[in-house]
Design a protein around this ligand. Structure first.
Ligand SMILES: [Mg+2]
Length: 305
């Protein structure tokens, strides 16, 4: 039986991973900017676009008892804030939607095949939670939700992987069941090759160092270079502490906020909010709001799926 504590754990884990990873993301300029704006006035850790878009997705699913792509596109655009560290392509796209352009026309305006970044995957744990009882619908909605901003097949495949991994983690399965169950939804080589490596490490209880993980699985903003990494790290640390998982993610470097968000969501879905580190939760912004949204997502999901 999936519990409310797991839903809260998933959303808080996502936000906490995002906020803890954010100061270490990007180059010198990005880090300097985050030094200036990474805390609220009361000194709490701010989260980034990963949490902002996940919240918008959760609220849209709650309002519509499921996915309404037009409503969701409007929510993404309305909740866009430059200070949440959106990537330049996503920012451009969301501003166009905000100015009245049809999302179905602008989602291929920067990249003709659509974006292959990890933005569709970073919010996919929300789909995994909402549709955990309905795997077929989960895949359909994960695809449609990613398509709004990340229409490239690799961007979509990342969303399928993260949504299905979250749903399986909620069922309290072990790390091998989670990765094997989620991997069947990936068909493209950049994913299948990396998944095979991660499956072998988990299966044979190998614990490669951070640089080897980065070299083999990636740590970039492309979905193919971060989704398997996040899934693998969350499973490797499933019986360890959230803090140790985040230390390892920071050591791996690269897109630390999104890898932190994706790994944090899976870890939190399996372990529940009760296992998240209190000393960090106390420093995170808007915990009460995140809590409320997760609980209402739980209620609506129980009734509509
Ligand atoms: Mg971010």
């Amino acid at each position: 039986m999936v519990t409310q504590d797991q839903f809260v754990g998933c959303l808080l884990g996502l936000s906490l991973g995002d906020a803890i990873g954010a100061p270490f993301e990007g180059g010198v300029i990005e880090r300097f900017v985050w030094k200036l704006i990474g805390k609220t006035r009361s000194g709490k850790m701010r989260w980034t676009d990963d949490t902002q878009m996940s919240l918008a997705l959760a609220k849209s699913l709650i309002a519509n008892n499921g996915l309404d792509p037009n409503h969701l596109a409007q929510q993404f655009a309305a909740s866009y804030r430059w200070s949440r560290g959106y990537g330049p392509a996503a920012a451009k796209l969301l501003k166009k939607i905000k100015n009245g352009k049809d999302w179905q026309q602008v989602n291929r305006s920067t990249y003709p095949e659509g974006s292959f970044g990890n933005g569709g995957a970073m919010r996919a744990p929300i789909i995994g939670m909402f549709y955990h009882q309905n795997p077929q619908q989960l895949l359909k909605v994960a695809h449609a939700s990613a398509h709004i901003t990340h229409a490239h097949p690799l961007g979509i495949e990342g969303a399928l992987l993260l949504a299905s991994a979250t749903a399986i983690a909620l069922e309290s399965q072990g790390s091998l069941e989670i990765i094997n169950g989620a991997a069947v939804n990936c068909k493209q080589k950049p994913f299948t090759t990396r998944l095979k490596i991660a499956q072998e490490w988990l299966q044979n209880k190998k614990y490669p160092a951070a640089d080897e993980v980065t070299k083999n699985l990636g740590n970039g903003i492309a979905a193919e270079a971060s989704c398997v990494t996040a899934l693998y790290i969350s499973l490797r640390f499933l019986d360890d502490t959230f803090e140790n998982m985040m230390k390892f993610i920071i050591e791996c470097g690269g897109d630390t906020d999104t890898i932190g968000a994706m790994a944090g969501a899976i870890w939190g879905a399996k372990r529940g909010a009760g296992d998240l580190p209190l000393q960090y939760l106390e420093k995170l912004e808007s915990v009460d709001h995140l809590n409320e949204v997760a609980l209402s997502l739980y209620d609506v999901s129980q009734k509509s799926c």
